[in-house]
Design a protein around this ligand. Structure first.
Ligand code: NCD
Length: 311
């Protein structure tokens, strides 16, 4: 397969087609086998990744770092801005140009929509968007779709129900774009009225002939859902904390809720969770957020780094 990701930025889930997803997923399969058999390799020896994280992160940051380590490369970890010149008022372009001269790829998480694109405009190096505010989180969408595809023979025909903060949840924005490539799919969007999916995204899905429905109640959808994708209400995006408090536990997945979900369905969450899935659900074999999504994040990021940095 031709590697059309070599040297490329990863800025939006909208940039992928089914062929490039096949390449990423088959590379991730290889990375999984590699990690299980030997722990890693020296494929990226001599390559350095800058991880520029202006917003909190556990899994995305940790899995990017370990991906580089397992492939024999190095990394510059910048988590938070307290100890870098950003705290002295340095601009994003200056920071990006600095680390571009030390490394081979820049992974960036930033509170502003479009920040990764802006970073990419200021360097020749490939830039990977690890979350730009309420915009997108394309690498999460890749690991999510990889997880879904390992549970179902075909992606087309699936009914995916997404629940929670659809307005601010960037993982939702990105996974919806990937799923739209597999029409016919049915996407159910379940949220409180003020947290509905952004209009532009809804329009894009309609243009792509995706079957979409919006609901406020989840209950009646459970028996018709193949993938239940739950997200937290994004507290940091609220200006009015009172309305956050009102909505934070609008949906809570408990073992009783799981009883109504299809036997063959899967339950996903990008994490962190803050009460929207109770811990007693973790033992349910359909709950994949701990067992599979986390590890898949590493295999997918190993795959991306190897494809971007090696012809
Ligand atoms: C998500 C994010 O940062 O958008 N977390 C993650 O990367 N797994 C989801 C979230 O914060 O709710």
């Amino acid at each position: 397969m031709i590697n059309n990701l070599y040297g490329q930025d990863i800025l939006s889930a909208g940039q992928f087609d089914r062929k490039s997803l096949d390449l990423i997923f088959s590379t991730a399969d290889r990375m999984k086998r590699l990690v299980k058999s030997k722990g890693g390799s020296n494929l990226l020896k001599g390559k350095i990744m800058t991880a520029l994280f202006y917003e909190p992160s556990s899994r995305t940051f940790g899995s990017f770092i370990t991906s580089m380590q397992r492939l024999g490369g190095g990394f510059i970890p910048l988590q938070g801005v307290t100890y870098s010149s950003v705290s002295k008022g340095e601009t994003l372009p200056d920071t990006v140009r600095t680390f571009a001269s030390y490394s081979n790829v820049i992974v960036i998480r930033h509170p502003e929509v479009g920040a990764a694109k802006m970073a990419a405009d200021f360097t020749e190096l490939p830039v990977i968007n690890a979350g730009d505010g309420v915009g997108e989180h394309p690498t999460q969408a890749l690991l999510d779709l990889y997880t879904i595809s390992s549970h179902f023979k075909k992606l087309s025909g699936l009914t995916v129900t997404m629940v929670g903060d659809l307005l601010n949840g960037r993982t939702i924005h990105s996974i919806s774009k990937l799923l739209s490539l597999y029409s016919p799919v049915t996407l159910n969007f379940v949220s409180p009225d003020i947290l509905k999916l952004p209009h532009e995204l809804m329009n894009l899905l309609l243009e792509r002939k995706v079957t979409v429905h919006e609901y406020e109640k989840l209950d009646e959808l459970l028996s018709k859902t193949d993938v239940l994708y739950v997200t937290r209400i994004q507290k940091e995006r609220f200006t009015d904390l009172k309305s956050y408090e009102k909505l934070k536990h609008f949906y809570v997945i408990t073992p009783d809720v799981m009883k109504k979900l299809k036997k063959s369905a899967i339950l996903m969450h990008p994490l962190p969770r803050v009460g929207e899935i109770t811990i007693d659900v973790d033992l349910d074999p359909r709950a994949l957020y701990v067992r599979e999504q986390m590890a898949n994040g590493m295999y997918i990021r190993m795959a991306l780094l190897s494809l971007i940095l090696k012809k």
